[in-house]
Write a protein that binds this ligand. Structure first.
Ligand code: MCN
Ligand code: SMO
Length: 784
């Protein structure tokens, strides 16, 4: 029962590569998604959405025959969704459940209708006429930030949500530099596209006298808080259940106005209503993310050792701040995480999030770290070029060294443990960097150009209370709870408030319990994502579930031990301190009895119990908080080889390696699956995915024919190595890993493409690198 068991110490415990329990139901099509629920007398909901990006609503007319049609004014008792922040520069945006007075992006819901079928509900929305008076449209951050009239939010002083800045020893250290390198990088706006879009079904439970909301969400307790707050109800009057969720990725960690509207219908009519976002709605109005702009200047010595960094970051925040995270999250995280895994000491950075006439910006897997890694790593590549060294040599010069751990960096990030340079060296070895350099000496037979890219990043996970508070979001705590109960037959029920929607927690949390209590993983049931049945938790995001909630499961299981040992010892006639649990058995020396017999004594044969047994029995609920509040830092080096076709502009990824360290792995297979999924998404960001807008703010990719995602043929076979440096602060020494994969691919792939194009004097730095963009860059390079 040590805190740091060795790998595969137990067949099913911590470190075992167990197949995921939850996969069987999904592979057999037996998942329980909101889209396939049925309920008697259910009505389907549709929204009328704005055709314009910025306009005043001059008049609305509802045809006389239109029933069950709603505008903002008809939603009595509903407050606007207001996501407040404690950041001093923050301007608050009120997001009405349905647009009111004006519309701020194409696709904004203006009216709502319900009917027995979705098609009928959509027909009803056609009976609403809206007159709009055009306003100037702000698509890009420059025009939005420059505007002084016709602002997106009338009461604001300018179109800037929030701006933050940092300056640490910048002037002093920059002045010592021999080399100065300046670059600009841009990440385009994109979507998230979980397989299942937004989905919500709400009804009134007359027996419990409660509003029950099924939501496809990562954060059921937060959604309950939001719904109760904005519908002005008591929290205990609302129960939120998150059933199977077809992917979250950040899109589902916020309260959506459609969710609030459907909840209001159920509260008002006391019967079931459902809304399912369709793909077009999702692409136009849903999950917008990633649009970052960087101006970077690095100051270094002749070897490429970074002395200081100057950065200006602008984020296109769209029209509204989402509840509860606000635009402060992305802005604050960009400012604090830009320095990445490097040890330089001079830093000056300003970060602004600008409001535009696009849908609200949402957190997406990796959050700001994908952008800052892209900017930082391309700066490293440029610096390496400037000083005439290999890109990895310059990185090795700058990475925090293992003997410096624990290390506090220039933005006060507390790196807990690890060997960053070793992970990069291992990645270079795996990808055979020297071999690539030799290969590059000779022309490829097909005329393509070969390039090698590398990136190292940290993944701050399981952020504590103070970290979220610094981003202006005080509602997020750095702790979590779990309840554990042994069943009368020796199985186990674990209840957690987080939600597993692909992360495999039904398996990994069972592995934690197995490690401590020896219960067969097949006999452990995880109850999650239901405010009516689980302890409170703000939910699953920020790679926090394993460290926080898994930590709580570990503590709860440990707290169950003394009573289990006492009862088992008593039944076996052995000292309780001798009793251990393995493979479903209680063992003391050469004596053993099944756990089921111990549980049976507690529940069904109390006359067999020792007199001093704790009446809390085989059931505990505990809270858990890591030893520090600053988060645990996973880190990772990724490297790739690409082949660039200068004739067609296509980029093929020939090899991709990952050397990651998330501390002790609970299940290495799940860790690899998490990384692969993230990398697939990162490849999308790098090469394919984009939500373009025209000058009128009209979205130009509203179907999957226009919005290109990577498929199986675009995602290469990814090769892994793992380091396991335990965190000193967490149960089992585990650190979070869920977002990491998505952080580095744009940096790695652009680094590789730029390496391939080196001889042509061309550098690319705008995602996604479509063939069109690449050919354009090549043409410009030839002109220059
Ligand atoms: N794990 C492990 N050993 C470690 C770390 C993690 O075995 N040292 C396992 C955990 O037990 C868990 C999984 O890996 O089963 C992810 O754990 P964690 O890093 O704690 O991340 P969360 O569970 O909090 O998941 C959130 C994270 C985020 S923020 C996004 S975004 C994302 C991601 O997870 N969205 C996902 N991965 C996703 N995967 C799927 N399939 N679908 C999403 O929507
Ligand atoms: S974007 Mo993940 O839900 O933190």
């Amino acid at each position: 029962l040590s805190d740091h068991p060795t790998k595969a110490a137990k067949e099913q415990g911590v470190g075992a590569r167990l197949l995921r329990k939850e996969d069987a139901r999904h592979l057999q099509g037996k998942g329980n998604f909101i889209g396939n629920m049925s309920m008697p007398n259910i009505s389907e909901v549709a929204f009328l959405r704005s055709p314009l990006a910025h306009a005043r609503i001059a008049a609305t007319r509802v045809a006389q025959e239109a029933e069950n049609v709603f505008l903002r004014d008809s939603l009595t008792g509903v407050l606007d969704i207001v996501a407040d922040s404690t950041l001093p520069s923050y301007q608050v945006s009120a997001m009405p459940p349905l647009a009111h007075g004006k519309v701020r992006y194409v696709g904004e819901p203006v009216a709502m209708a319900f009917a027995p079928t979705r098609a009928q509900a959509e027909d009803l929305t056609e009976l609403i006429e809206v007159d709009y008076d055009d306003l100037p449209v702000y698509v890009d951050v420059a025009s939005a930030a420059a505007a002084t009239s016709d602002l997106i939010h009338d009461e604001w002083k300018d179109n800037v949500f929030v701006s933050l800045s940092a300056d640490k020893d910048f002037d002093k250290l920059a002045a010592q530099a021999d080399v100065v390198v300046t670059r600009k990088m841009n990440l385009s706006r994109q979507c998230m596209l979980p397989m299942e879009g937004m989905a919500v079904l709400a009804y009134w439970d007359h027996q419990a006298d409660q509003l029950v909301v099924y939501a496809s969400t990562q954060v059921p307790h937060l959604i309950r808080t939001g719904i109760a707050q904005f519908l002005q109800m008591d929290q205990e009057q609302v129960r939120v259940i998150s059933p199977d969720v077809g992917g979250g990725f950040g899109y589902k960690c916020v309260l959506q106005r459609e969710e609030l509207c459907v909840a209001w219908l159920a509260k008002t009519y006391k019967r079931p209503f459902r809304y399912l976002e369709d793909r077009r709605e999702h692409l136009i109005a849903g999950a917008n993310t990633r649009e970052h702009h960087y101006e970077m200047t690095a100051y270094a010595d002749r070897k490429g050792r970074l002395l200081a960094l100057d950065a200006k970051i602008t984020i296109n925040g769209g029209a509204y701040s989402v509840w509860p995270f606000t635009t402060g999250l992305e802005t604050g995280q960009a400012l604090g995480n830009l320095p990445g895994p490097y040890a330089f000491q001079g830093y000056r950075c300003t970060t602004r999030c600008v409001a535009t006439n696009k849908p609200a910006f949402l957190p997406y897997r990796g959050v700001a770290r994908t952008g800052v890694c892209f900017a930082m790593e391309l700066t490293m590549d440029a610096l390496a070029r400037e000083v005439g060294r290999e890109p990895w040599e310059v990185r090795l010069e700058n990475l925090v060294q293992p003997e410096q751990m624990p290390y506090v960096n220039v933005t006060n990030k507390h790196f807990d443990s690890g060997d960053y340079p070793a992970s990069l060296r291992r990645a270079l070895e795996m990808i055979d960097a020297q071999g690539v350099r030799e290969r590059q000496q000779h022309a490829e037979p097909d005329g393509r150009l070969i390039g090698l890219g590398v990136a190292t990043y940290t993944e701050q996970s399981a952020h504590g209370t103070s970290v979220f508070a610094a981003w202006g979001t005080p509602v997020i705590p750095g702790f979590d709870q779990a309840a554990v109960r042994m069943t009368p037959d020796g199985g186990l029920e674990i209840k957690v408030g987080v939600h597993s929607h692909g992360q495999g927690m039904e398996t990994t949390f069972a592995q934690i319990a197995n490690e401590i209590l020896g219960v067969d993983v097949a006999r452990i049931r995880l109850v999650h994502g239901d405010t009516g049945r689980t302890p409170y938790s703000t939910g699953t995001y920020a790679s926090r579930s394993l460290v926080m909630s898994g930590g709580a499961v570990s503590r709860a299981c440990k707290q169950l031990l003394p009573n289990l040992q006492k009862i088992a010892g008593h039944l076996m006639g052995a000292d309780s301190w001798l009793v251990q649990f393995e493979n479903g058995m209680a063992i003391a020396g050469d004596k053993s009895i099944p756990l089921a017999q111990v549980a049976n004594a507690w529940y069904l044969n109390p006359q067999l119990l020792p007199a001093d047994v704790d009446p809390a029995g085989l059931e505990v609920s505990v809270g858990y908080k890591p030893k520090v509040d600053t988060g645990s830092f996973s880190y990772c080096s990724q490297a790739a080889i690409v082949a660039v076709d200068p004739g067609t502009g296509s980029v093929e990824i020939l090899d991709y390696v990952v050397v990651e360290d998330c501390g002790t792995m609970i299940n290495p297979m799940v860790v690899e699956g998490q990384a692969i999924g993230g990398i697939a998404q990162g490849i999308g960001t790098a090469l394919y995915e984009e939500t373009p807008y025209d000058e009128y703010g009209q979205p130009l990719a509203s179907t999957l024919a226009d919005y290109v995602m990577p498929g199986a043929t675009e995602v290469p076979n990814i090769r892994f190595d793992h380091f396991e440096t335990p965190s000193p602060h967490t149960e089992f020494g585990a650190k979070g890993v869920g977002e990491g994969g998505a952080i580095a691919p744009p940096a790695v792939i652009f680094g590789a493409v730029n390496d391939a194009l080196r001889g042509l004097g061309v550098e690319v730095s705008q995602t996604p690198l479509t063939p069109h963009r690449l050919l354009e860059a090549l043409a410009q390079g030839r002109e220059a």
